[in-house]
Ligand binder design. Structure first.
Ligand SMILES: [Zn+2]
Length: 66
């Protein structure tokens, strides 16, 4: 995902809130991929799936632009 707009994904992920704890997650870009810090494992799993679909979506958009 190196060519993708990470700030866009970061914004989308960090705008989410845990429905149980009302806490915001943290999106951290690492060398290889990314990490998500969240208040609980359930929320983290949801966010992880969400970020994967955002990345897939953005990749598709990027392909169109080439
Ligand atoms: Zn939570």
């Amino acid at each position: 995902m190196s060519d993708l707009d990470n700030s866009l994904i970061k914004r989308k992920i960090e705008s989410q809130k845990c429905s149980k704890h009302n806490e915001k997650p943290q999106f951290i870009k690492t060398q290889k991929e990314f990490e998500i810090k969240a208040c609980c494992e359930d929320f983290r799993t949801i966010l992880f799936k969400k970020s994967k679909s955002i990345i897939a979506e953005e990749t598709k958009k990027m392909m169109k632009n080439i």
